[in-house]
Ligand binder design. Structure first.
Ligand SMILES: NC(=O)c1ccc[n+]([C@@H]2O[C@H](COP(=O)([O-])OP(=O)(O)OC[C@H]3O[C@@H](n4cnc5c(N)ncnc54)[C@H](OP(=O)(O)O)[C@@H]3O)[C@@H](O)[C@H]2O)c1
Length: 357
């Protein structure tokens, strides 16, 4: 590339004025990596967070703290958002769309939270009323520790030109970028929910298997050794270790809370219902997460879901003769089947709770 072209590119980048909204576990670590890159180019970003103390922390890393959302919109032509849930995203975008309607410059919005697909479509459509603006939906995979290490998996959807323009910034926060190559921003949300289904499904499986091992008094270390040897995937090995070390399961600082888990599992179940798919594993996981939340552990790491399986009473052992006789629902004495359902945390007439997250 000629010196002139490189010079032009640097000039263009210098015209980018980046704003960041939402400095939670994910947002703070992502914004920090992006700011580090900007600092190396003598640039800075403007940040805003509902709780101002978190924004002040970013100030120490070279970011400018916006006085208000209005100030941030006036200062930025690229705005990233990382917010807790659909309600927070909707509330903040309500204000952003209104403010964006009052400025002359164009803004690319990059929404990175995990939200329900129809909300992404709604926000894109609402923003389209002011056509100079662009809406991208770019959810991310990886815990806060991965965000800190700039090792997220970044997913893109929306206007291709805008994605190309911002790709360099995405790279500063991630180890891999999956381009969905679609302007349908809802797809990225569905993609994220499907990815998280694989995560929670694995967790449900591990929680059940590890609890069975505990109750059958099989040596825990040997089970972990088997998992490491037979399923040498970080998700399997790390999650099983976390679940067997109760102090880590209960720790709140590992990243993904039971509450956020309920939001995501609620969304994937709703998506399944609306598309005619079936996710029985997600139903089980939702029930276990709900039980854990009801015990006041909504802020704990979501691997705490194993405790919902642990608390179930040990079933009375059937004789070998009884266990050979299949139990049919409808048999007069099907109490055992009911008990078994109760044991795994399912009530007989369990109906999915409202999609409340
Ligand atoms: N944690 C993970 O492992 C992970 C991984 C991938 C994706 N995600 C997704 O990334 C998003 C952020 O997750 P997180 O772990 O960073 O959550 P978090 O630590 O709870 O942070 C949430 C952020 O949203 C802000 N917020 C919440 N309600 C708000 C409202 N009504 N108005 C304005 N701001 C509001 C919070 O502000 P305050 O500081 O004022 O509370 C905070 O900045 C979520 O959608 C999550 O599902 C999380």
């Amino acid at each position: 590339m000629s010196k002139k072209i490189i010079g032009n590119l640097i000039h263009l980048k210098q015209q980018d004025r980046i704003g960041w909204i939402g400095l939670g576990e994910m947002g703070y670590n992502m914004a920090n990596n992006l700011q580090r890159y900007l600092t190396s180019r003598s640039l800075t970003m403007t940040v805003w967070n509902r709780t101002p103390a978190k924004a002040a922390k970013m100030h120490h890393h070279g970011a400018r703290v916006a006085k208000s959302l209005e100030d941030l919109v006036a200062q930025s032509n690229i705005i990233f958002t990382s917010l807790k849930n659909d309600e927070a995203v909707e509330e903040i975008y309500e204000i952003l769309i209104d403010l964006a309607g009052q400025v002359d410059h164009s803004i690319i919005f990059v929404e990175t939270s995990t939200i329900y697909p129809t909300l992404a479509t709604k926000l894109k459509e609402r923003l389209a009323v002011t056509p100079q603006h662009t809406y991208l939906q770019c959810p991310v995979f990886g815990r806060p520790s991965m965000a800190k290490a700039a090792k997220l998996i970044w997913v893109t959807s929306g206007d291709e030109k805008a994605i190309k323009k911002l790709c360099l910034y995405f790279t500063t926060m991630s180890r891999s970028i999956i381009h969905l190559k679609t302007t349908d921003v809802a797809r990225a949300c569905s993609f994220k929910l499907i990815g998280n289904f694989f995560v929670v499904g694995t967790m449900e499986l591990l929680a059940e298997g590890l609890t069975l091992a505990e109750k059958a008094e099989v040596d825990q270390e040997s089970v972990l050794k088997f998992i490491e040897a037979f399923f040498p995937a970080p998700m399997w090995t790390e999650c099983s270790k976390r679940m067997t070390q109760s102090s880590r399961v209960l720790s709140k600082d590992l990243g993904f809370s039971v509450e956020l888990g309920l939001k995501d599992v609620g969304h994937m179940r709703q998506l399944a219902q609306e598309t005619g798919a079936s996710l029985p594993t997600a139903d089980l996981a939702y029930n276990h997460l709900t039980q854990v939340k009801e015990q006041g552990k909504g802020a704990y790491d979501w691997s705490t879901m194993i405790s919902a399986l642990r608390i179930s009473p040990a079933p009375s052992r059937r004789t070998s003769e009884e266990s050979r006789t299949p139990q049919r629902i409808g048999d007069e004495d099907h109490d055992d089947a009911e008990d078994d359902q109760a044991d795994i945390g399912l009530k007989k007439n369990f109906s999915p709770p409202a999609y409340d997250a």
